[in-house]
Design a protein around this ligand. Structure first.
Ligand SMILES: Nc1ncnc2c1ncn2[C@@H]1O[C@H](COP(=O)(O)OP(=O)(O)O)[C@@H](O)[C@H]1O
Ligand SMILES: [Mg+2]
Length: 304
């Protein structure tokens, strides 16, 4: 089983205003830690933890999450360490996009409708920043070197785990006072269809109705990227990956080989480590199928 870190919300120092969920920062020795509560029973805790472990298997620079429990409020959640301890600061994608184009709607918080969040514009911004610093690059496969190369890996992860949440405040760079470097990937709690009911999961696994099965369901996942700013609909998650894969062609092949090496048993070995109180058996079965389905789509030439 994964460890569950005990946290006491009475030791909170600051509430984190960004994002949608209740969360607070506290100190653990010299480390600044963020607790993200899972208050609504929508599985964001296990999704965040599993996504983190999948990042490790892929070799992606990522914020490390542990399952956690707030003893004062009796709430489950996850904890992570800050990737931007002072004097380092974190600058979100929307600020970078605004610096590139002063008409960019950086304050638009209907995140999935930001048509200017295009693959081309994001790639251009990434062309102006460094790859993550050495601290984050330990596990990254050889041949992946630029910020765009690494980011393509984040977009492949999103397609694999059905993360529809890579909006302009869910990617960032770190500024150490001298240079800008892509931040590790963070905030994957909304992935893997974590908020479906177990009834629906069961139904989609067992149904004879082909249109309701996991395959067609997986193909509905939308990214927060647009093919160009005139489009009214965002790209699908695999479609967005293919667009970034064209821009970082060599790295894309390397990421696909990383993905290919992660088979069903490796995924199962992670899923069984989530305590059953946080993830039911049907949820585990459905999640494995969804990951297998998306992996298959990514590894095929055409998305079918
Ligand atoms: N590990 C971290 N290091 C530094 N800042 C973080 C970290 N995790 C989250 N944050 C900050 O908190 C914000 C909200 O956290 P996030 O994980 O995105 O939660 P939500 O799911 O509510 O959007 C992020 O946009 C970022 O500014
Ligand atoms: Mg967020």
């Amino acid at each position: 089983m994964f460890d569950v870190v005990s946290v006491d919300s009475q030791n909170d120092e600051v509430f984190e205003p960004l994002g949608t969920k209740r969360k607070f920062w506290y100190r653990d020795g010299d480390r600044r830690m963020l607790f993200k509560a899972e208050e609504r029973g929508t599985g964001e805790d296990w999704a965040e933890k599993i996504a983190c472990e999948l990042c490790t298997l892929l070799g992606l620079p990522h914020v490390h999450y542990e399952l956690a429990y707030d003893v004062a409020n009796e709430k489950p959640g996850v904890v992570c360490e800050s990737c931007a301890p002072p004097p380092v600061s974190l600058i979100h994608g929307n600020q970078l996009m605004l610096a590139r184009d002063s008409s960019y709607p950086s304050t638009q918080n209907n995140w999935y409708k930001v048509q200017a969040h295009t693959v081309a514009a994001v790639a251009e911004v990434l062309g102006m920043v460094h790859a993550p610093t050495a601290l984050w690059m330990d596990n990254v496969p050889g041949g992946v070197s630029s910020a765009l190369d690494v980011f393509a890996g984040y977009v492949m992860l999103d397609a694999w785990i059905a993360n529809q949440d890579r909006h302009h405040e869910n990617w960032a760079v770190l500024f150490d006072g001298v240079a800008l470097a892509l931040a590790p990937t963070f905030d994957h709690g909304a992935s893997m269809a974590r908020n479906l009911s177990d009834e629906e999961r069961h139904d989609r696994l067992m149904t004879n109705d082909k249109g309701r099965r996991v395959g067609p369901f997986a193909r509905r996942a939308k990214s927060a990227f647009y093919a160009d700013a005139t489009q009214t609909r965002p790209m699908g998650t695999v479609e967005a990956w293919r667009a970034f894969a064209i821009k970082a062609a060599e790295a894309a092949q390397i990421w696909l080989r990383q993905l290919e090496a992660i088979d069903g048993p490796k995924i199962e070995a992670l899923l069984v480590q989530v305590p059953p109180s946080r993830m039911s058996q049907v949820c585990r079965d459905f999640t494995r199928r969804l990951l297998e389905e998306n992996r298959r789509r990514l590894l095929m030439e055409e998305d079918q």
